[in-house]
Design a protein around this ligand. Structure first.
Ligand SMILES: [Zn+2]
Length: 271
């Protein structure tokens, strides 16, 4: 245990019981983080045409202290950004990705899978890798970076698409349980070192780093973009922090009395 360890490190004294094999902590609804993240998620749901979803669960993600070392070093490098209380302008921002397994289908399914194509498990296991980002998208609006947003309903967040495989037990399980698993979606909430962002209106697909003197790029709504996006160009500028599981609201269960009356009169009750 390391007293000065990051709060999201499983070497921190508050995170006893977590480690390489146990990365996710289920948050109770009474947890202050749950409340804060729920508000952030709902306020970030900007698309009027998309129905506001139900939050099924929120998990805290823990990484090794070794994984946080380059993140802390990067943050120390960025402290000259002009923000007094938050000198590196660290922000919680959303990032959607693909999931090819059953992770977080319920609060007990917290073991990461081994599938290379399961981007969600690979990010929780090893954090972000720019070399792999964008492989799910045909078009990178602001170049080769890691895309995040304060908007939780961003179109760039990809629907879970399990791929069939005869060698993967997870994929086989998924096929058997498609009805049950069909509506759940996941989004990562990340700690992003935004620093001094360069505001970009138009597409700039050839970028591999922010303009000189800036630490990130913020795509502002306008000609090419409907909702704001923040792009960082270093793996060390971002770490996953929370996972929100959302989807349609679960069906309301009948009360025992309703069920009994329904059976007695062989009819269904409304209300
Ligand atoms: Zn997985």
């Amino acid at each position: 245990m390391v007293e000065s360890a990051d709060h999201f490190s499983f070497d921190h004294p508050q995170n006893q019981g977590y480690g390489e094999q146990k990365r996710l902590a289920y948050l109770l609804q009474s947890d202050p983080n749950y409340h804060r993240l729920k508000i952030r998620f709902l306020e970030g749901w900007k698309h009027p045409g998309k129905q506001i979803p139900h939050i099924h669960a929120i998990f805290k993600i823990m990484l090794s202290e070794a994984s946080f070392k380059p993140f802390h070093e990067y943050r120390a490098h960025v402290v000259n950004a002009p923000f007094q209380n938050n000198p590196a302008n660290e922000q919680f921002l959303f990032h959607g990705t693909t999931r090819s397994c059953f992770l977080v289908e319920d609060k007990y399914k917290v073991r990461l899978c081994d599938l290379q194509r399961c981007s969600l498990c690979r990010i929780i296991d090893q954090s972000f890798d720019i070399a792999k980002c964008g492989t799910n998208h045909n078009f990178n609006r602001f170049g080769w970076g890691i895309y995040t947003s304060a908007c939780s309903s961003s179109e760039s967040f990809v629907k879970i698409v399990p791929q069939t495989s005869t060698t993967s037990p997870e994929a086989d399980d998924y096929i058997k349980n498609t009805d049950k698993a069909g509506t759940l979606r996941v989004v990562l909430v990340n700690r992003v070192i935004v620093g001094k962002p360069y505001e970009q209106c138009r597409n700039a697909t050839n970028l591999v780093q922010p303009p000189s003197g800036y630490h990130s790029l913020t795509g502002t709504p306008g000609t090419n973009l409907n909702y704001e996006e923040t792009v960082v160009y270093s793996n060390d500028a971002i770490r996953p922090a929370f996972l929100i599981v959302y989807g349609d609201a679960p069906p309301k269960s009948q009360s025992k009395t309703q069920a009994l009356l329904s059976r007695m009169f062989n009819t269904s009750l409304v209300g």
